[in-house]
Design a protein around this ligand. Structure first.
Ligand SMILES: Nc1ncnc2c1ncn2[C@@H]1O[C@H](COP(=O)(O)OP(=O)(O)OP(=O)(O)O)[C@@H](O)[C@H]1O
Length: 285
């Protein structure tokens, strides 16, 4: 990853239609654009009915790094996350304007199949939500939908469980219900389910907030390991967690504005924005 200096713009062949919006007054401080971006958001607005939840979001998400989205409740972190793999399509009143590129292709183009997109950009939710099926069948689910044959499924299920740091704990009980696992194990099962179809990006919406400290620490270790193979975007309320595990941090503030986006060390040690500093130091939010 090559970060640009504050308020600078790297040329991006993959998003030739994008404007230099990062240079406008609304541009976030820091480095909204990076050279090895896999996801590029350009002037992204999201509305729920008449209410605008996100305003002109410009952000490049680097490949195989952890990008954390932080900010006070209701500032639009989850909305932005759901925009990336079009989960907002499932909310009737949600509407998206602007551009969201994945490898240079706008995911909102008419010819993009959202289901295929979500195989490339998987998601893990706040509350572990295994299907009422066996551990094996939970992880195999997406592969079977893709029509993989049984031998392939078996191998990929084991690989996914291993990558999710769960295989050792469940190897002898793959036929038991996923619902019988502990909360932390269930969340790792959901991570295995998300990575089994071989996505490139994993979106995580507060994946550890329902877990105890030990389970949280396992998920944090796992997130860092996953970034060796996947691009990870994680929403968290926990600033220490963002500081510990992410490479880049985006700070959203009230009203749905991205105020600052930069290397995590910079955001936490020397943010450009006074509002971000106040938020980080707990003066509000
Ligand atoms: N399904 C929805 N229908 C209508 N409004 C919504 C919907 N989801 C979110 N919103 C509104 O959009 C704004 C942003 O919400 P969002 O959940 O994205 O924020 P957030 O930063 O993730 O909050 P939190 O940290 O509390 O999860 C809020 O005003 C919220 O009320």
């Amino acid at each position: 990853m090559t970060a640009n200096g504050p308020q600078t713009v790297a040329s991006s062949e993959s998003s030739g239609s994008a404007t230099d919006a990062a240079m406008t007054d609304d541009a976030p401080l820091g480095s909204p654009r990076v050279d090895d971006a896999v996801i590029e958001s350009r002037d992204l607005d999201v509305y729920y009915g008449d209410d605008q939840a996100l305003h002109g979001i410009n952000m490049d998400i680097p490949e195989r790094k952890v990008t954390a989205l932080i900010g006070p409740s209701g500032c639009g972190k989850s909305t932005f996350l759901r925009s990336i793999n079009r989960m907002n399509d499932l909310i009737d009143i949600a509407r998206v304007d602007g551009d969201l590129y994945f490898h240079g292709k706008d995911v909102y183009d008419d010819d993009v199949d959202p289901v295929a997109l979500r195989r490339k950009i998987g998601m893990v939710f706040q509350k572990p939500n295994p299907f009422p099926k066996s551990i094996f069948d939970n992880v195999a689910y997406g592969l079977r939908v893709q029509g993989k044959d049984d031998g392939d499924v078996e191998k990929k299920v084991r690989t996914a469980l291993e990558r999710a740091a769960l295989l050792d704990e469940v190897e002898d009980q793959l036929d038991s219900s996923g619902l019988d696992l502990s909360g932390g194990q269930q969340q790792r099962l959901c991570i295995a389910r998300a990575i089994a179809p071989d996505p490139e990006v994993i979106l995580m919406d507060e994946p550890a907030s329902a877990l105890d400290p030990v389970a949280t620490s396992k998920i944090e270790d796992l997130v860092e390991e996953l970034a060796e193979e996947y691009t990870v975007v994680i929403v968290t309320h926990n600033m220490q967690q963002a500081a510990r595990i992410s490479d880049k941090t985006a700070v959203f503030l009230t009203g749905g504005h991205l105020v600052e986006f930069d290397d995590t060390g910079k955001i936490f040690e020397n943010p450009e924005s006074d509002r971000v500093e106040d938020y980080i130091t707990g003066k509000f939010g």
